[in-house]
Design a protein around this ligand. Structure first.
Ligand code: NAD
Length: 321
């Protein structure tokens, strides 16, 4: 739980009204701990999930669980969704009876799921057409960040909506960036993850090449981590055991950030590349590589395990005579 979460709200500059009651829809790996941090900070949270186990865990963290999501929404200043996909979000909003049918005036619909930019804009439009306000605020930082309250939020919303939700996001995160209007939070998220996917593959390729050339992992790490090849995929998520003791490679590639989620985010990026007509060879190649990775064992492994695919694919190839 986030340090200081038990301090009184006013002392920490948190809202005492307006955004103080949250309907939290989707209490999974991310939503569960995010909701728990809100409760610990004194926010009243009504939670709903379709999985009874998620409800039980949330109840244990002080979330007021409800089996009918409309009950939660009727009480809320903010309806926060943390769901697997854009289709889940849109159908939760509008399928009869959808969340939009039960909210009170002035409610803010805040979607923190990672979804297509066009779906985020559609969700916002649905909320606005029904008379409400809307924001997309996808996150990075994974389950560890959700538990610690150190997520990074990338927010797409009108300025006044951003100001209203900022204190809530501060409870669940360590960094909150206003990226622009509706959909631009998702835009920032998928641009970041396209860089990450490409760079994790590049780091894996460099280590496999280094192995073949006779470099130790540590020597390559010591050089690159202080040179122009330095990046998060190396210095935090180092794909070989040893140089960065906390990286997933040291625990048999347990995530971390699972290959299935990287494949999902890269496919969202590719959808945006197609929609915008951007020529991005590396982004598209990374999408293909991670889609194949996630279709097999990679789905449940940390995405840095892509190095093992690169090494396996290189094992039958010797140096030219
Ligand atoms: P998850 O599958 O653990 O949780 C999603 C929850 O939504 C599940 O508990 C599911 O039962 C529930 N759900 C589905 N449909 C529902 C509905 N109609 N009403 C109520 N509940 C419903 O997924 P997660 O890892 O928590 O990820 C949630 C979102 O966050 C995804 O969009 C994901 O891409 C994004 N994300 C995940 C991570 C990560 O590391 N796990 C990191 C950043 C972003």
């Amino acid at each position: 739980m986030k340090a200081g979460a038990n301090q009184p709200r006013a002392e920490r500059g948190l809202p005492t009204g307006g955004t103080s009651t949250v309907a939290f829809i989707g209490l999974g790996n991310m939503g569960g701990p995010m909701a728990a941090n809100l409760v610990a900070a004194g926010v009243q949270v009504f939670g709903h999930d379709v999985m009874p186990q998620a409800l039980d865990t949330a109840r244990g963290h002080g979330v007021e669980v409800v089996t009918d999501p409309l009950e939660a929404v009727a009480e809320a200043d903010v309806v926060l969704t943390m769901l697997p996909s854009g289709q889940h979000v849109i159908s939760a909003y509008q399928d009869s009876p959808g969340l939009l049918s039960a909210a009170k005036p002035d409610t803010i619909f805040l979607d923190c799921s990672t979804i297509n930019i066009s779906e985020a804009q559609q969700a916002a439009q649905l909320a606005q057409q029904a008379g409400f306000r809307a924001a997309d605020a996808p996150v990075s930082g994974g389950v560890v960040g959700a538990e610690a309250g150190t997520l990074a939020f990338m927010v797409g919303a009108a300025g006044e909506v951003f100001e209203q939700i900022h204190p809530l996001l501060d409870i669940m995160g360590a960094r909150v960036v206003h990226c622009g209007g509706n959909g631009l939070g998702q835009a920032a998220k998928i641009c970041n993850n396209m860089i990450l996917g490409v760079s994790q593959i590049a780091v894996g390729e460099a280590f496999v090449l280094g192995e073949k050339l006779g470099l130790t992992h540590q020597a390559l790490y010591d050089v690159v981590s202080k040179a122009s090849g330095q990046c998060w995929a190396l210095t935090t998520n180092c794909p070989v055991p040893g140089p960065v003791p906390n990286s997933p490679a040291n625990r048999d590639y347990r995530p971390g950030f699972a290959g299935a989620l990287m494949a999902k985010d890269l496919n969202l990026a590719t959808n945006a590349l197609d929609e915008q007509g951007v020529e991005a060879q590396l982004g598209r190649l990374a999408t293909a590589i991670y889609s194949e990775f996630a279709a097999g064992d990679g789905a449940g492994q940390d995405f840095s395990a892509i190095i093992n695919t690169i090494r396996d694919d290189s094992s039958h190839q010797g140096a030219p005579a």
